[in-house]
Ligand binder design. Structure first.
Ligand SMILES: [Zn+2]
Ligand SMILES: [Zn+2]
Length: 451
């Protein structure tokens, strides 16, 4: 029984704040990125994994750390009707690590290489140009700590962007050391922050005790000035961590991947150790290539835009409550890449091929016959366009012409009652009558002749 709802004038429901539809032309960009990323990852031995969009809240609180922006204010968390605390996934690494543990992938041949692609959710302020549902492509290598693993991940991230068509891709890299040497570094940084405490921004004042590293990636102008004098993590690396970083950089040199060491790079999350990196698209600022006279100097400024990042997180599994497993990974923010593809006028590969054959029907009997004929053509491997909802001959022919169809199949009352169909060659203007049962062979022969 359907209750009659009293009709009221209502405002049309729209998308929630910070969330957007992807229209067909947008989807084509995402598909192009995904296609490149998938091909390159699979070549390098990665397999796909999909984890749920909703996870137990603890999965993110434990590894991300209480004192991170994501956990403090950006997670979409809710209590389920069964009383569980759940969260819409804000990132992809913790879920993949959970899946590795939950499905006993320790017993698979190591390392395990996985990639994922999908939506993530953070309740960020939309005015920062960020969306609350965003898409990421990510790749993880679990079960191996050799520096070549870090270099492979960086190389894949680099290749994906190059092959999408970005000319200048640059890697920023740093090492945070492992638990031992990072402890020493954190102490030094905390001591430094205490000395400068009065000059720190509100956020840093609050979180400096729990996570002094956050000072390094604070965007507040006062903090940016202070951090220039702050101790740098690389200076505190133990011998093993130093050798690991050296190894990664040597492989990058070998692979001719352009990088720069960024002493302030920390990444947002607590679980990173040793290698951290970010992936930048570099471009000359619009107009900056023209000479700007300032004294004698010609100023050419380059704009760098981060589109992804990653690093090593050997301690993440322990934070989640499992046995320690070395691992590393990266993720791309697809929204930013799409934005840049549009700015660079990079075309999407998925330009829909319009069919070379178009079916035109006139009259009720022909329309009924067409309903079935389209499917017969599909099964026969003939790509056919149609406009079955139209009845007018001229309007159907004009659609066929617009699509650039080589052949129009014309099915009138007479043909529908019999068993023939008219095939009109739209280029030559000629036409002939063909038996319906021979139609597929006839069309295939025609397309062979053209080649
Ligand atoms: Zn700050
Ligand atoms: Zn170390």
């Amino acid at each position: 029984m359907i209750k009659k709802v009293k009709q009221q004038k209502k405002e049309m429901v729209r998308t929630p704040k910070g969330m957007h539809d992807l229209l067909p032309t947008d989807v084509a960009y995402y598909e192009k990125i995904y296609e490149k990323a998938r091909l390159i990852s699979e070549f390098y031995g990665f397999s796909p994994i999909e984890t749920p969009h909703v996870e137990n809240t603890d999965l993110f609180i434990r590894p991300l750390g209480e004192a991170t922006d994501v956990v403090e204010k950006e997670m979409y968390s809710f209590k389920s009707k069964g009383g569980d605390m759940l969260t819409l996934r804000p990132e992809g690494t913790a879920p993949v690590m959970r899946a590795y543990y939950e499905h006993g992938m320790q017993s698979w041949p190591q390392p395990v290489k996985l990639y994922y692609n999908g939506s993530f959710f953070r309740h960020e302020r939309p005015q920062r140009g960020r969306t609350r549902e965003f898409r990421q492509f990510g790749a993880e290598i679990i079960g191996e700590q050799d520096p070549i693993i870090d270099a492979i991940l960086i190389k894949i991230a680099y290749l994906i962007l190059k092959e999408i068509g970005f000319p200048n891709v640059l890697i920023h890299i740093n090492s945070l050391g492992d638990r031992d040497c990072r402890g020493q570094y954190k102490k030094e940084l905390l001591a430094f922050s205490k000395k400068k405490f009065n000059y720190l921004c509100k956020d840093c004042k609050r979180r400096v005790k729990d996570n002094p590293l956050r000072l390094l990636d604070c965007k507040d102008t006062a903090c940016v000035e202070i951090r220039a004098q702050a101790p740098q993590p690389i200076a505190y690396l133990c011998n093993n961590c130093k050798a690991h970083l050296k190894g990664v950089l040597e492989y990058l040199d070998e692979g001719e991947i352009p990088y720069t060491i960024d002493h302030h790079l920390v990444r947002g999350f607590d679980y990173y150790g040793r290698t951290v990196f970010e992936i930048f698209l570099e471009e000359d600022e619009a107009g900056a290539l023209e000479e700007v006279k300032e004294g004698e100097n010609k100023i050419v400024s380059a704009v760098q835009l981060a589109v992804g990042g990653g690093g090593r997180y050997d301690e993440l599994m322990t934070l989640l409550g499992g046995k320690s497993v070395p691992a590393a990974g990266f993720a791309f923010g697809l929204e930013r890449i799409v934005h840049e593809m549009k700015a660079h006028e990079i075309a999407t590969s998925k330009i829909k091929q319009s069919p070379k054959v178009f079916l035109v029907q006139i009259g009720a009997a022909a329309k009924r016959r067409s309903f079935k004929l389209v499917e017969e053509l599909r099964k026969g491997g003939v790509s056919v366009g149609e406009s079955l909802s139209r009845d007018n001959l001229r309007s159907q022919l004009s659609i066929a012409a617009k699509l650039g169809a080589h052949f129009s199949l014309i099915l009138g009352q007479k043909e529908a009652m019999g068993d023939t169909i008219i095939v009109r060659n739209m280029i030559e203007g000629s036409q002939e009558t063909v038996m319906q049962k021979n139609l597929i062979d006839f069309l295939k022969n025609q397309s062979k002749k053209k080649k």
